[in-house]
Design a protein around this ligand. Structure first.
Ligand code: XIL
Length: 300
């Protein structure tokens, strides 16, 4: 059971003790992204990421590395590079970061959100434009060289159930497996709303077909928005509880679904502003959603 954490909050109360008590798998919410680690060429801002790793390992938790190649966290200086300089920068970035954390990271999100939202193909990014589609396989091979023990994941959103994007993601990881690229798992992000989400049956079917490729599956960034749910606040929180319960239960029931990570601890610090998508409210009280998750993990 995992959570995304923010370094600056880990030393605050009760945030740190809740993370310590409730979770066993940590993901840095942004501290290990490329634009944070290397805002200018050659800068190496590892301190916050290192502190998250140290916090987790000291408590017997596992730590997930997030994320090596993502259009959303590419430093601006990278966007201006020529193809050959971009290739060199990508290689140096992956090698430097993965080797820095070698032996400490359970799994890396190697490539994040590389499939287009309509499922028509790959997302149009600087990497696709200048390096071609092989940038994905190359990133996995580089990461594997940097830390042969770390498991390597592809991570994306909007393909949790069965739709065009899910099919395209499935084809991508199937091709990677077939080509012998070192990919071990897939993250289904699961940023959803309580009244707009894939059905349990679709999520289970998708997990099963991915597992049949030999992949481990994570629910990797779950949060559940409720603002669009009609009715009272209490009704919203009950709908949120049911959604958390049902999705986590699907993962619990599927043998190759190994972890559920929530994208933050408390509504006070969620990346989704103006909603309340997480398990703890802004005062750090456990919400109905928390007990829905507890039920699912307890087999209820
Ligand atoms: C978000 C973080 O929550 C924010 O703090 C940050 O500013 C931007 O990124 N998909 C991902 C995550 O893979 O890395 C994103 O996290 C949310 C969407």
């Amino acid at each position: 059971m995992g959570t995304a954490v923010q370094f600056s909050l880990l030393s605050t109360s009760p945030y740190g003790s809740i993370v310590d008590r409730e979770f066993s798998y940590l993901t840095a919410e942004y501290e290990m992204k490329w634009d944070i680690l290397e805002p200018a060429p050659g800068s190496g801002n590892f301190a916050a990421g290192d502190a998250i790793v140290a916090f987790g390992l000291a408590r017997g938790m596992r730590v997930k590395g997030h994320t090596l190649i993502w259009h959303g966290s590419t430093p601006s200086w990278v966007n201006t590079l020529s193809a050959s300089d971009l290739r060199a920068a990508v290689e140096r970035h992956i090698r430097t970061v993965v080797e820095h954390y070698r032996g400490e990271i359970d799994a890396w999100d190697v490539v994040n959100e590389a499939v287009a939202d309509d499922g028509s193909g790959l997302r149009d990014t600087v990497f696709l434009q200048r390096l071609g589609a092989s940038y994905i396989a190359d990133a996995f091979r580089l990461a594997h060289q940097g830390d042969p023990q770390a498991r390597l994941f592809y991570n994306d959103y909007g393909g949790e159930g069965l739709n065009a994007k899910a099919n395209r993601i499935y084809e991508l990881v199937r091709e990677l497996r077939t080509a012998g690229v070192p990919i071990d798992g897939i993250g289904l992000q699961m940023h959803i709303a309580a009244n707009s989400r894939p059905s349990d049956g679709e999520i289970a079917a998708n997990i099963r077909r991915l597992a049949a490729l030999g992949l481990t599956v994570h629910i990797s960034e779950m949060d559940v928005r409720v603002n669009s749910v009609p009715g009272s606040n209490a009704a919203r929180l009950e709908a949120q509880k049911a959604t958390y319960h049902d999705v986590v239960r699907v993962c619990v029931m599927e043998p190759r679904c190994e972890a559920v990570t929530f994208w933050g601890v408390t509504d006070a610090h969620s990346w989704i502003r103006g909603d309340s998508p997480l398990l703890f409210d802004a005062q750090y009280a456990a919400k109905p959603a928390y007990f829905g998750v507890l039920d699912a993990f307890s087999g209820r």
